[in-house]
Design a binder for this molecule. Structure first.
Ligand SMILES: NC(=O)c1ccc[n+]([C@@H]2O[C@H](COP(=O)([O-])OP(=O)(O)OC[C@H]3O[C@@H](n4cnc5c(N)ncnc54)[C@H](OP(=O)(O)O)[C@@H]3O)[C@@H](O)[C@H]2O)c1
Length: 287
């Protein structure tokens, strides 16, 4: 109602302005009007029309891997913030029996076949990818790397504004044991920074804790993760010790990861680039 009244006022004032012929005054650089000294007849202003202004477009977020552990927490956080949320993964709808899951649009698709992504990306303003997996080195490279690279390329070609990738912190010696996983992560990061230099954000958590559902069992990872996070967040210098230091990287809660990811995906002043564990802890404390 308020906006219709302002619009009506604007139409009135524009009609009045059209009646004034503005010419530059010689030399002074000021403007004067041709009818400045006239006593005006009452202005005949036509009735203002009612114009239907569409509501502002809502942010549309696509979560890749929205049915996983981190992804489902991101979907919940984004819904709480009033975003319109969809998810894509090979198995589609999450099997959680919670009401928020009814408010997500669930798509089935495989990022290794990126054509399926094209329709889903239409009108999407930002993407958060939580796609990753464990297995053989070549499989881990394919999912952490190739699948995400496909998604980043499709998103940039279809005009998505912001892209957030959930990557992983270096874990020193563990990197050698999971070479495909880390090489895939770094390849996807490089693609993201190339395709989205001003609006690509990479989160690099170490161990993520929270309640993880495995089948019908709920694993309370926070029981180990929370106390470790409390202690290790103050031991940053230790994490710089070569090889074993990275194993002392503090865990972060899945809620903090979700909060930072959604902010990074929707806040145009969130700085692009890499957010390490300490950055996630810091940003995660902000409401
Ligand atoms: N959890 C941690 O402690 C931790 C720590 C550091 C980094 N991270 C990173 O955070 C991200 C999320 O981890 P998470 O623990 O939430 O993993 P998760 O529960 O296993 O979720 C992975 C998601 O990826 C989807 N996915 C896998 N391959 C796909 C494909 N080809 N196409 C489409 N979707 C695919 C899976 O769904 P479908 O199987 O239905 O396709 C699932 O939704 C991963 O990238 C992981 O590397 C996790």
């Amino acid at each position: 109602m308020k906006s219709m009244m302002s619009l009506s006022r604007l139409l009135h004032s524009q009609a009045s302005l059209q009646r004034l012929h503005v010419v530059p005054a010689s030399g002074s650089g000021r403007l004067r009007t041709t009818d400045s000294n006239k006593v005006d007849e009452p202005l005949k202003v036509p009735e203002a029309e009612t114009v239907h202004v569409p509501p502002p477009p809502t942010e549309k977020l696509l979560v890749l891997g929205g049915n996983g552990f981190v992804g489902s927490n991101i979907c919940k956080e984004a819904l709480d913030r009033g975003l319109s949320v969809s998810s894509l993964s090979r198995s589609g709808r999450s099997n959680v029996n919670e009401s928020w899951a009814n408010n997500v649009v669930w798509h089935k698709g495989d990022l290794l076949e990126p054509d399926s992504l094209k329709d889903i990306l239409k009108d999407v303003t930002s993407v958060i990818s939580c796609v990753g997996a464990f297995g053989s080195n070549s499989y881990m490279y394919k999912i952490s790397g190739t699948a995400n690279i496909n998604a980043i390329r499709a998103a940039s070609e279809l005009g998505v504004k912001r892209f957030v990738y959930i990557s992983a912190a270096d874990l020193g010696v563990a990197n050698y044991l999971m070479q495909g996983y880390y090489e895939g992560k770094r390849a996807a990061e490089t693609e993201l920074l190339t395709r989205f230099p001003y609006a690509g954000v990479i989160l690099r958590p170490g161990f993520v804790h929270g309640t993880r559902k495995v089948g019908s069992v709920k694993l309370p990872l926070g029981l180990i993760g929370s106390p470790l996070e409390m202690v290790l967040q103050h031991a940053k210098p230790l994490s710089r010790v070569p090889l074993v230091g990275p194993l002392l990287t503090p865990p972060v809660s899945v809620n903090a990861v979700a909060r930072v990811a959604v902010r990074a995906a929707t806040d145009s002043v969130f700085p692009p680039g890499i957010v390490d564990v300490y950055g996630i802890l810091r940003h995660g404390q902000q409401k």
